[in-house]
Design a protein around this ligand. Structure first.
Ligand code: DCP
Ligand code: MG
Ligand code: MG
Length: 582
């Protein structure tokens, strides 16, 4: 057939696990109320049953049906309202955080699915196992007895052992059951994971890829084939994967685009070269409350106030500071139509608690936000006329990372002042606002202009520091109460000594000689540049030390000067400036 000319080379070096939680919303409700575990349970959003537990499925109830249909199949179906997504979202992020312990390559897909690229762990483990001892965990898809020579079978078997470990961990720590698919690419991992459900896992070897795809039959079931593409294909009489394999590639190219046609043909043979892209944090954090019609301003205000208080808890858990607020409403006469207005807000409205790093609002900032919210509401609704609102929503977007306390380079300069700075490389105005608000001592400690310049102007140096800070924020390292402890913690993490006890680290002297003497030399190749402040220098994270040392060496080479000659004043925007003794 002509289409195979469009096929990408199939290489099997990756091991991907796809995890999908079983009847997710229903599981969350069963955790909240364990007595629901023994009854057929459905989760209702308006007139729809968005999911149901497996007892209900055994009674013939299907997810994504109308409540009326579900009730007719199973009259004793217990229904719980699932319109408040707060707990679902919270648990969803706990699952992703759990998976990130295995690999930084975790990609979220909706609320209950994640891809984990475990290639690196597999490659490590394969060095240390006796190949004959590798046993596959769970089911294997496919009839084929042909096996590839590249070693993928062993890698995927190890992948299945890791998947089992992950699922056991999610069960133990979060009390959730899940399904997993294990394959050499994302497409096959996702599809094969749904072959045995619930609470099971399935591995597919590359040679069975075509068999799996043909089993799925309909082209529309290929992830990424949307409504429009399915309709276009139908016009070409392509409904099944087999139809697609038998069609003329030229026709497909002109009906879709050459790129889309090639992508589709590859997917239909189980070939997917897309990488697992680590998911960042969500772009917006919001809550909605659909209600019986509200007609009075006081009630609107009360609802927004409740939403705001709950939203601040979510923002605090997320850790970033929002710079935009959005108000959404739905009017009674436009049932399915939402309208929104948004505006920028000052990051200074959010108070970061010194010791816990939690975020809260004080009375003043809460009043300010409430007045912004009501202004936005007034832009959406003419309050001088009667109105009927059936949904209110509030969300925060455009976040900036908070590099405070333990993660900010500023913390290395400030002895006993808790840093409440927020810096952003995206938003110069915000950075200025915040720097202006730094405690006086920190303004003295920093050369403010240069600080701004070095934070804002993209440079390899800065992005390195940035990623260091972000990593701390994302992986949620333990909280420490005093600035000196924070610095110890940062250094420890950098030197991969984070499992040391706290008392050990508090007494440990933070210079390279001390580290050498107790057998934990952080990096023997780094020296303190002659004119840098030695005390400050040795308290920096290793990669910053490394960078400063390299920068100093580069300067020296450039100026062709000897090692002992005083350090030249560096360019205005280099971080070296902060370490040069005045
Ligand atoms: N969901 C939703 N609206 C839909 C489909 C799903 O709100 N139209 C929600 C409810 C589900 C969750 O998303 O619990 C995850 O969707 P899944 O398709 O993974 O379904 P479940 O996890 O509920 O069931 P399964 O065990 O089949 O994965
Ligand atoms: Mg699911
Ligand atoms: Mg799912």
């Amino acid at each position: 057939m002509s289409n195979d000319l469009a096929l990408d080379l199939d290489e099997h070096s990756h091991t991907i696990i796809h995890i999908d939680l079983d009847c997710f919303y229903a599981q969350v409700e069963m955790i909240r109320n364990p007595s629901l575990r023994n009854v057929p349970l459905g989760i209702q959003q308006k007139s729809l049953l968005v999911t149901c537990n497996y007892i209900a499925r055994e009674c013939g109830v299907k997810k994504c049906t109308t409540i009326a249909d579900a009730k007719s199949v199973c009259p004793n179906l217990v229904l719980i309202n699932g319109e408040d997504l707060y707990d679902y979202r919270k648990i969803s992020y706990q699952v992703t955080a759990y998976l990130q312990r295995y690999s930084p390559l975790v990609e979220r897909l909706g609320l209950d699915e994640n891809f984990v690229d475990v290639t690196s762990i597999v490659n490590d483990r394969i060095q240390n196992v006796i190949i004959d001892d590798i046993k596959i965990e769970g089911h294997v898809f496919g009839e084929t007895n042909e096996f590839c020579q590249c070693g993928c079978q062993d890698r995927l078997k190890i992948g299945s052992m890791i998947a089992q470990q992950i699922r056991d961990g999610i069960r133990k720590e979060l009390n959730l059951t899940s399904c997993a698919g294990i394959a050499h690419n994302k497409l096959l991992a996702k599809l094969v994971g749904s072959v045995h459900k619930p609470n099971q896992q399935t591995t597919i070897f590359p040679n069975s890829a075509l068999e799996l795809m043909l089993d799925f039959k309909k082209v529309a079931r290929i992830p990424g084939v949307g409504h429009t593409m399915a309709e276009t294909l139908e016009r070409l009489n392509i409904k099944t994967i087999e139809d697609l394999h038998n069609c003329k590639f030229e026709e497909l190219k002109s009906a879709l685009t050459p790129e889309k046609a090639k992508w589709l043909v590859n997917m239909s043979y189980g070939r997917d070269t897309s990488a697992v892209k680590p998911s960042g944090k969500p772009q917006s954090i919001g809550l909605e409350d659909s209600c019986k019609t509200i007609t009075a301003e006081a009630e609107i205000k009360e609802k927004f106030h409740q939403l705001l208080n709950r939203l601040i808890i979510l923002v605090s858990e997320d850790g970033r500071i929002p710079t935009t607020i959005k108000v959404t409403i739905r009017k009674f006469d436009k049932i399915s139509h939402r309208e929104s207005r948004q505006c920028n807000i000052s990051p200074n409205l959010f108070i970061i608690e010194k010791h816990s790093s939690n975020i809260h609002l004080n009375e003043q900032s809460e009043n300010k936000l409430m007045s912004i919210i009501m202004n936005l509401f007034n832009k959406l609704v003419n309050v001088s006329q009667p109105y009927h609102i059936t949904l209110l929503g509030l969300s925060f977007t455009k976040f900036q990372e908070r590099f405070s306390g333990r993660s900010s380079i500023a913390s290395y300069f400030i002895k006993d002042v808790a840093v409440q700075s927020i810096t952003s490389i995206e938003n110069m105005r915000a950075t200025q606002d915040i720097t202006e608000n730094l405690p006086t001592t920190s303004q003295h400690a920093l050369n403010t202009d240069a600080f701004l310049e070095s934070e804002i102007e993209p440079s390899p140096k800065k992005s390195k520091i940035t990623s260091f800070a972000v990593q701390h924020a994302q992986f949620n390292e333990p909280e420490y109460s005093s600035p000196s402890k924070l610095r110890v913690a940062d250094l420890q993490l950098n030197s991969k000594e984070s499992d040391k006890s706290e008392s050990e680290t508090e007494t440990g002297k933070l210079d390279s000689k001390a580290n050498e003497s107790n057998g934990h030399n952080i990096n023997q190749h780094i020296q303190c540049p002659p004119d840098a402040d030695e005390e400050v220098f040795w308290e920096l994270p290793t990669d910053v030390q490394q960078e400063l040392w390299s920068e100093w060496k580069r300067n020296r080479q450039r100026d062709n000067e000897s090692t002992n000659k005083p350090l030249k004043k560096a360019k205005t925007n280099t971080i070296l400036n902060y370490f040069v003794k005045s």
